[in-house]
Design a protein around this ligand. Sequence first.
Ligand code: SF4
Length: 324
Amino acid sequence: MSTPLLSVRNLTKQFDIGSGFLLRNDAVVHAVDGVSFSIPPGETLGLVGESGSGKSTTGRCILRLVEPTAGEIWFQGRNVSALDARAFRALCRDMQIIFQDPFASLNPRMTVGTIIGEALTIHKLAPSKEAFTDRVVELLETVGLQADHMHRYPHEFSGGQRQRIGIARALAVEPKLIICDEPVSALDVSIQAQVINLLEDLQGKLGLTYLFIAHDLSVVEHISHRVAVMYLGRIVELASARDLYVTPLHPYTEALLSAVPVTDPKARRKRIVLQGEVPSPIHPPSGCHFHTRCPIRQLPLCAREAPPLKETASGHFVACHLRS
Ligand code: SF4
């Protein structure tokens, strides 16, 4: 793997939730629990997990939208976590985010041109009014919208078009890394494919690097070079997209993949239905967090010891006592 653009090392985030009925005074949510990964330039890492797995918190910690409790984030060879607010803001231009909800993430009182051009103004990237307009038009056309859309308001657009506006806004400052935080979850399936294709095209043209967060393995399959699967704050498997889809090793990944719809009957997997709900991140299970739902657990080992994330084949990592 070439020198990473982004390296996340032992990232941990705990949220204090204070006291309350049935909660101790020192109750915390263990949202992210020692997560490490790297992304080389021009690649996409898919980060997948159910609600509460810590995937979105991981993305937000990278951008310091929430401050990590522990761990380091290295971006372009600099320890981002050690920078003061001013130095981080300067670096932030190279890291942008596309949010899940294209309805909530655009200011309804601003025209599309103002929304897309806001960052140009903040970072003084347009020396004149003409340069500002030219750049906004260029960005609109880059994401498949039209020049006259700049005078309209977000409510005049469909969900897919609004997500294109969000992408144009992220591209305005010519970032190197974009955190795509469930960018298609709120869209119809047919529109999802269009937005994913657009992101792939933009990566090819602009050399972008993506951390693509999703709760569904089928969404990240085509766009990701590698995929990391998270469960209750920890990465349980990380591999190239091909290895993960063809030879999954972790029982949780197997269960997620068995739920992915496939058109070829020969490629259909036996459905694995996990028992119970994802446990609360306030009181995660001991040992392997997955042991309360794992169909192949071995007690007492799995409840006693947390399995480390180990490389079992070149570039294929798994955290399981029985599969590593
Ligand atoms: Fe299942 Fe044990 Fe492996 Fe965890 S370590 S995934 S409980 S077999």
